[in-house]
Design a protein around this ligand. Structure first.
Ligand code: SF4
Length: 417
């Protein structure tokens, strides 16, 4: 993994909701955006808090009309995370949002272009110490009047890229906009340059990470529903993060935005970019050896444990005793199923061998009890790994189920690392 690129740091928030730092050595934050109308105050607050509870560090709201910025005055005192006002076309909405006490402004250089208007927003932000994200989108960049000339100027840099022309335009637009901020000596800035094409997102952010030291807000825009959007987003953002690029991110789905938060956090956990909160679930994909309804079991374990357990306990749900032990290595709590039964281990100790209907309640009970022991200081996460010497590496003793029936699993050795 490449070391994270150093950027300037901005602070978003206030004394009441707390401050989220973006850039520098601050943890990479996860954002999402509300889908309801901002002027529907109660629903907007409820939606923001739903995302905050799931782990969103910041939430953005659209403010297309005056009634939306008016609503901010009622919304801001009721929420627990910093709020970003998403401003397009009307610079007055930015001024009204700042006046209402919003914590950050997003401006689109593609649709607020008047220099004096941008200056007035910058001045208001400067006075209130409100940072601004300059968010360039592929879709809104095509209005640039001198696009042909600027693209020719930058084009040679990007001749090898699939979308060199668009890359050149987006960078030109960013440079042009950043000049306006430099004129006002305003540097409390984050930048983004989103596209719906994951490979273009990788190219553009890689390029701007070398050109500017402002913190980068990553995103693949209009990524589609979760099924396809997740793959696009993880391909684009995962590649950038693994290359040390990115300070905050938003995954965009045309479906429940709660999944944007969950998947954004999971991406950061997987890449070791954030310290995990809650259970880490490992589960086998199952194969012809399976003898229990593992998918149902995994779903129930996930549904029950994820909202309940606060510590990053590693829980493995494995379909059999053949390969399961090796794949569950390192788990704090593990179950190996077979012959309509499940054998449960807690940090190397075999604690139960129960019939299938009892697997779920017993596993949950062991997870809860283990968390309580850790919280009391009687156990430590990851202290003892499940290390199992397979009793039958060449398979002469039969299938996993046959081994369980024959009692061979008793020969499994549980060791302390
Ligand atoms: S743990 Fe067993 S059932 Fe699951 S995939 Fe591996 S071999 Fe198949």
């Amino acid at each position: 993994m490449v070391t994270r690129r150093k950027t300037r740091q901005i602070s978003v928030g206030d004394d009441r909701v707390g401050r989220v730092f973006i850039g520098g050595d601050a943890p990479i934050s996860v954002q999402t955006m509300t889908v309801g109308y901002t002027h529907d105050v109660d629903a907007c607050v409820a939606e923001i808090e739903r995302y905050a509870k799931a782990g969103a560090d910041l939430v953005r709201v659209a403010v297309p009309e005056r009634k939306d910025t008016d609503a901010l005055k009622c919304i801001l005192p009721q929420v627990s995370v910093p709020i970003v006002a998403d401003v397009h076309f009307h610079y007055q909405r930015a001024l009204e949002a700042i006046e209402a006490g919003v914590h950050k402004i997003r401006l689109n250089p593609g649709n607020i272009t008047d220099r004096d208007q941008v200056h007035s927003v910058i001045d208001a932000c400067k006075e209130r110490k409100v940072p601004i994200r300059i968010g360039v989108n592929e879709g809104s960049i095509i209005e640039r009047k001198d696009k042909q000339r600027r693209a020719l100027e930058l084009g040679k840099f990007f001749a090898a890229h699939k979308s060199g022309h668009m890359l050149a335009l987006m960078i030109a637009k960013l440079e042009e906009y950043l000049d306006i901020f430099a004129e006002r000596d305003f540097h409390d800035i984050a930048i983004s340059a989103k596209s719906m094409d994951a490979s273009m997102v990788i190219d553009i952010y890689t390029e701007i990470s070398q050109r500017f030291d402002f913190p980068l807000h990553l995103g693949v825009t209009h990524a589609g529903p979760r099924e396809t959007g997740a793959i696009r987003s993880i391909a684009g953002l995962g590649t950038l993060l693994a290359n040390g690029i990115g300070d905050t991110l938003r995954i965009s789905y045309a479906s429940d935005h709660l999944d944007e938060v969950k998947d954004g956090l999971e991406l950061l956990y997987c890449l070791d970019k954030r310290t995990r909160k809650g259970v880490e679930l490992i589960a086998c994909p199952t194969c012809g050896r399976i003898q229990v309804d593992l998918f149902a079991l995994v779903k129930e374990v996930e549904r029950t444990l994820l909202p309940e357990i606060r510590l990053p306990i590693k829980v493995a749900v494995m379909g059999c005793i053949v390969n399961g032990p090796g794949e569950a290595e390192g788990a704090d709590v593990a179950v190996f199923a077979g012959d309509r039964r499940g054998i449960i281990y807690v940090q190397g100790q075999r604690v139960a061998n129960v019939p299938e209907p009892e697997i779920l309640p017993r596993l949950l009970e062991e997870c809860r009890a283990f968390e309580a022991r850790v919280l009391r200081g009687d156990a430590k996460l990851g202290e003892k790994l499940v290390e199992i010497i397979p009793p039958d590496p060449i398979g002469a003793l039969g299938s996993g189920a046959e081994k369980i029936r024959a009692g061979f699993v008793e020969r499994i050795t549980i060791g302390k690392t």
